[in-house]
Design a binder for this molecule. Sequence first.
Ligand SMILES: [Cu+2]
Length: 270
Amino acid sequence: MTDWLGLPALASAHGGQIDGMIAWVHVFMLILFVGWGGFFTYALIRFRRSRHPVANYTGVKSHTSSYLEVGVAVVEAILLFGFAIPLWAARVDSIPPESEALVVQVTGEQFAWNAHYAGPDGVFGRTDIKLLDLQSNPLAVDRSDPAAKDDITTVNQLYLPVNRPIIVKLRSKDMIHSFGVPEFRVKQDAIPGLTIPIWFIPNVTTAEMRTRTGNPEFEYEIACAQLCGLGHYRMRGFVTVQTAEEFQAWMNAEEAKLKEQDAAGPDPFR
Ligand SMILES: [Cu+2]
């Protein structure tokens, strides 16, 4: 229904409402454009110099234009209070309980996206700034904390299960970045010092999307949507949306890797 907008393929549960809103705004703006354009043309002809050689300072006496302007304001109010604000409220107020969702901490930095999963215990392990190492431990996870032992971290790659609410807790290490995934109709600034939750339900797996778009290399892309420095253009991450089973298999494989590393003892090169 909103195909005519030419938006990126849709892959989240709430995205249809956003597209609907965008469509209404476009339709209304088209009506306004035609209306104002018509009025402008009418005024040019109706008040042409040959018919009105001398300016009339009294101006228009009819109230038609006032009524039209009130009409425009009413439609704008309907768009704002009837569509935009409720939609926004649903995004920022009705966050599902964390017990029903997958919670991922996503931390932006110049110029990468770091993801942190709590692992099977559902508890995010302690982080300690002293342990920060841009190469081996960009999130400064303290593996000596029992809750941190099963935590999974990735760089520029998110794995998400399909049809399950996802809560991304968005943070930034250095400056304002913006987490934008067009197919999910999600975009939120990451601000240093704040943890900002965003939530969505991805409802098309990467594999399905590859079939749908006919592009075997299709990937959901996290584009940094705030100019954040010289490397901004290469600040991109990818999201792989999987079935619940595939996602679990990925988690299990990561957990197995962590156990192996744990058994091998501390590795100074890790
Ligand atoms: Cu950025």
